[in-house]
Design a protein around this ligand. Structure first.
Ligand SMILES: [Zn+2]
Length: 86
């Protein structure tokens, strides 16, 4: 089960958050569960913290093949006039 880190959307406002989400907290959640939207304690809106430490470094450049694998539609520029009516 992956470990996610969450923190209050507005940690500068002590009235809007509890002590837990102001500082951020970690929570294990199954992958199939939707991301947590609110603090389980105070119901304040929280956001997922993208951990810089655990992110693997991407060394190779973002290639066309990767883009296609990721589901992007890659458009290739054709010669001018291809779509002209005959
Ligand atoms: Zn909270």
């Amino acid at each position: 089960m992956p470990l996610y880190e969450y923190i209050s959307e507005c940690p500068d406002d002590p009235d809007a958050s509890c002590r837990v989400c102001v500082k951020g907290f970690e929570l294990r959640r199954p992958v199939e569960r939707p991301p947590l939207k609110v603090c389980p304690l105070c119901r304040n809106v929280v956001k997922k913290v993208i951990s810089q430490v655990n992110t693997p470094k991407v060394t190779k450049p973002f290639s066309l093949v990767d883009a296609k694998k990721a589901g992007f539609t890659v458009l290739e520029k054709r010669d001018e006039g291809v779509f002209e009516k005959q």
